[in-house]
Ligand binder design. Structure first.
Ligand code: BGC
Length: 869
């Protein structure tokens, strides 16, 4: 037996995170038995566990998905922990030692800024200091507005990018804590910082040219806490002892990129040998009024790299590198250009007429300008990121493709799910959705990573959330997003949920003195219930649900208040809604809102959110809440039945999406369901089995078909290759998911420049259907985190095989099927400590490891070969 993957709040060995509530999780593998007989969690302040600060004792109720020890945490303390497990076969093991380290109680430091006349001048900050001996422990706590990079003795302190990430700075700012023990030496040392504008004050938001949305000057706060062997300590904080110099960075911006003049570099920056003459003292900066808080964001780090697949000389005379894959990230290149050479890179998603093209980025410039100092070096931007596949290179005499490397950046989450099928185009679609996730998981779940938007659109986030969880362990990532969301809900919005989180649209309204209207759209605001619930379903972490219940309750209560104010109908019949955004069945040509009555969708989500809140309340044993939301849900369902169905059971809203919601959210009386299914089938037949759905309907369309006996239709939709379909995009060469079904027309022309991103993951939600139905893996809400799950693969003769593996909180679940000797064979794996129900497609009978079963069979941990009769 092995005990692996020890995680704290779904993070590995976190240092300086916000850890309230604290949960510990681990995975048991290679056990001889099938389930845990007993386990014990021990926590100590030293790695030898000599004196325990917590001992669960040997118990049979320790939850490996999320164990919440009763332990009050001391600040700035490293806790070591280990788990021992005995299984039902008597096998036992002790885990390796893991740790977590708490943040300091307070930084007791001053925010500082450079005293430059022009507040837009990017500063470098640094100071030297002497240590009497090499420390045994050193921690750097640091935050910057907008963005910072920290250096110690000439080296970048961490591998993270774009720290301290993106929050609504009105509510909180995260600081990071880094273990810098190894970077300090006896004697002279130096610490230095570069600052960039980031989301805080760079151009951001919809309003063309608008900068300084949150703040107007770059600033920094830091604390360096050094401990020596004899227990003595030195603490260094940001104050006027930090010295400032103008930075070689001349401009930095999330949308527009960066301008870097390497001729302005300061030799020896952040090293003890740096000549500090000419540097000026930092001055105190007004602390942003919000709380400085330990981080919640998982690390944002570099992942895959790509070399150019092709060097293109376009008809327009441009030199363009094609990296072959649309990514989100940065670029690195080797520069050997003579002094004063001005190299400009521009980043784009697609070529048009074989030429470089950026019009669909709207006003985002996506550039990097580097002015050479004449030395041979590796170059990279510091405070920006790009969504791109193509890079136009200007200013170099000769472009050597091998000098360039595309670097993927995304929040560092463990990959969990993988799908491979006998259809290479479906495999490409799976990868496109995965690339969509990587590309839009840059600290905040964004709509897109390239044009002048890149915001945490709630509707997109909720539509893709379950797919994201199947692909990567996403709980910690969404935990931060939901914390952001709650700070917005708890403020002036009275529980409502904004269109985007962090709510930059509200902030812009504040700056402009305009009323705030960017909140409370159905299916967007419902991110406040859908994401917490999905987190729970996939992680099984009840403490996480408890922490996020407040999001759910506030949003549901907000809708209810609107309902009461507008007539107590138990319907949501007012206000602005994005509704079935970008659906193809719009009544009015050219409308983005789709053809489904927005108030039907709003009421459907009112019901859905109320039911999710009720379920969460039940799990959290909040019986009064549970009863209240159950009753409310019943009333909403009845009101919808009266409002939207004829007495003979016809749904009055006649679109694919409306029928999908009526079935999937279980709105109709049971007796009406057969008719709804017939009507949905007919609607699809009318379109020669093609979808017309937008952001709302698409997320549930294939699932609803499968749930109602129409899996063959779901497969047809998946396999369609003509417009509109997923594989149309694949055939057109997409390497990510497009925003629109027709983002690129069959002639290769981009369909529209107003709102047309080639990396928008919302429609990638089809991948959830592949996991849940083609491969058949479904979590069970009564035993979440895959404690119990169903495996109900739905086969289709158009595939020779489907292979899915998913690294659940309990370890690997496998579901493979293939056609062999004219029958279907399955090979499934059920991990330790779980149980699964295998349901044979079409209610067939079969043999599992040679034993006959009828229709379905309960499986205990193990690997099984199943053959249908
Ligand atoms: C974004 C979307 C978002 C939408 C609101 C767009 O501009 O890119 O993905 O959800 O606005 O409907």
């Amino acid at each position: 037996m092995k005990i692996t993957r020890l995680e704290v709040n779904h993070l590995t060995n976190p240092i300086g995170y916000y850890l309230d509530p604290l949960t510990l999780s681990y995975t048991v593998t290679e056990a001889r038995g099938t389930k845990t007989a007993s386990a014990r969690v021990e926590i100590a302040k030293t790695p030898d566990f000599a004196a325990l600060v917590y001992d669960s004792g040997v118990r049979d109720d320790i939850d490996s998905r999320a164990f919440a020890p009763e332990l009050s945490l001391e600040p700035e303390t490293r806790y070591f922990w280990q788990v021992s497990v005995t299984d039902d076969a008597g096998d036992c093991a002790v885990s390796e030692t893991a740790f977590f380290e708490t943040a300091p109680a307070a930084l007791n430091a001053q925010w500082v800024k450079a005293p430059f006349e022009d507040p837009d001048t990017h500063p470098l900050l640094m100071r030297k200091f002497t240590l009497p001996k090499k420390p045994v422990c050193a921690r750097l706590n640091v935050s910057g507005l907008g963005l910072y990079e920290a250096y110690l003795n000439g080296e970048k302190v961490s591998e993270e990018y774009l720290t301290p990430f993106y929050n609504d700075y009105n509510h909180w700012v995260q600081y990071q804590t880094f273990d810098v023990t190894e970077q300090l030496a006896e004697g002279e040392n130096a610490v230095g910082f570069m600052l960039g504008e980031g989301w805080w004050m760079g151009r951001f938001g919809f309003v063309a040219g608008m900068r300084k949305v949150y703040g107007s000057q770059m600033q920094l706060i830091m604390r360096l806490h050094v401990t020596f062997e004899d227990g003595s300590e030195t603490v260094l904080v940001s104050d006027e002892n930090l010295l400032c110099h103008r930075s070689p960075i001349l401009e930095s911006s999330i949308y527009d990129g960066e301008v870097y003049d390497s001729r302005l570099e300061v030799p020896g920056f952040a090293t003890p040998s740096c000549d500090l003459s000419g540097w000026v003292k930092a001055v105190p900066a007004a602390a942003p009024k919000e709380n400085l808080m330990p981080r919640l964001s998982p690390a944002l780090t570099a992942h895959e790299t790509f070399k150019p697949a092709e060097l293109i000389h376009t008809p327009a005379g441009e030199t363009v590198l094609d990296f072959g894959q649309e990514i989100t990230g940065t670029i690195m290149f080797r520069c050997r250009a003579p002094k004063d050479t001005r190299i400009r890179l521009t980043f784009g998603e697609i070529l048009q007429d074989d030429n470089f093209y950026t019009e669909n980025l709207r006003t985002a410039k996506q550039e990097y300008t580097f002015i050479a100092s004449g030395d041979d070096r590796l170059v990279r931007p510091h405070f920006t990121f790009y969504g791109y596949r193509f890079v136009k290179v200007e200013g170099l005499e000769e472009v050597c493709p091998d000098d360039f490397t595309a670097v993927v950046l995304h929040s560092d989450l463990r990959r969990t799910g993988c799908i491979e099928t006998s259809n290479p185009k479906v495999n490409r679609l799976f990868l496109n959705a995965l690339w969509g996730q990587k590309g839009n998981f840059v600290d905040v779940p964004t709509d897109c990573p390239q044009r002048d938007e890149r915001m945490g659109w709630t509707g997109d986030a909720q539509a893709f959330c379950a797919t994201a969880h199947f692909n990567m362990a996403s709980s910690a990532f969404y935990r931060k997003y939901l914390y952001d969301m709650l700070t917005e809900q708890a403020g002036e919005l009275n529980g409502s949920c904004p269109f985007v989180v962090p709510d930059v649209l509200h902030q812009i309204a504040r700056v402009q003195g305009a009323p705030e209207t960017s909140h409370a759209s159905c299916a967007w605001g419902d991110a406040a219930t859908v994401i917490p619930w999905t987190n729970y379903l996939f992680s099984g972490d009840k403490e996480l649900l408890r922490a996020q219940y407040e999001n759910m309750k506030r949003w549901t209560d907000y809708i209810h208040t609107i309902d009461v104010e507008t007539g107590d109908l138990r319907l949501w019949h007012t206000g602005f809604h994005f509704a079935d955004w970008l659906a193809l069945d719009n009544y009015h040509q050219g409308s983005s809102f789709g053809g489904t009555d927005p108030y039907f969708i709003a009421s459907a989500y009112y019901l859905y959110s109320t039911e999710l809140t009720a379920k969460a309340a039940e799990i959290l044993e909040l019986s009064e809440d549970a009863l209240y939301y159950r009753t409310l849900a019943k009333e909403i369902r009845e009101a919808m039945q009266q409002e939207y169905f004829t007495p003979t059971g016809k749904l009055a809203v006649d679109t694919q999406t409306a029928l999908v919601l009526a079935l999937h959210f279980d709105i109709a009386p049971a007796a009406y369901r057969p008719r709804l299914i017939r009507d949905l089938k007919k609607k699809l037949d009318d379109e020669k089995i093609h979808l017309t759905t937008g952001f709302v309907g698409t997320a549930y369309l294939c699932r609803t078909l499968s749930e109602n006996g129409l899996t063959d239709y779901a497969y047809t939709l998946l396999l369609n290759e003509d417009y509109p379909s997923w594989l149309y995009e694949v055939n057109m060469g997409a390497t990510t998911i497009w925003e629109r079904w027709n983002s690129v027309l069959p002639n290769g022309k981009i369909s529209d420049t107003g709102m047309n991103s080639l990396n928008h993951y919302a429609y990638g939600a089809i991948v959830e259907w592949i996991y849940r139905h083609a491969a058949g893996l479904n979590p069970d809400e009564t035993a979440p985190g895959f404690k119990h799950f169903t495996l109900a693969p739905e086969v289709d003769p158009r595939f020779d095989f489907v292979r899915m593996s998913y690294d659940s909180p309990y370890g690997e679940i496998k579901s493979h099927w293939e056609k062999k000797d004219d029958t279907w064979h399955f090979s499934v794996t059920v991990p330790f400590d779980t149980q699964a129900t295998f349901i044979a497609p079409g209610g067939a009978d079969g043999y599992v490891n040679g034993t006959l079963f009828h229709e379905s069979i309960e499986l205990i941990p193990g690997s099984y070969d199943i053959k249908l009769i």
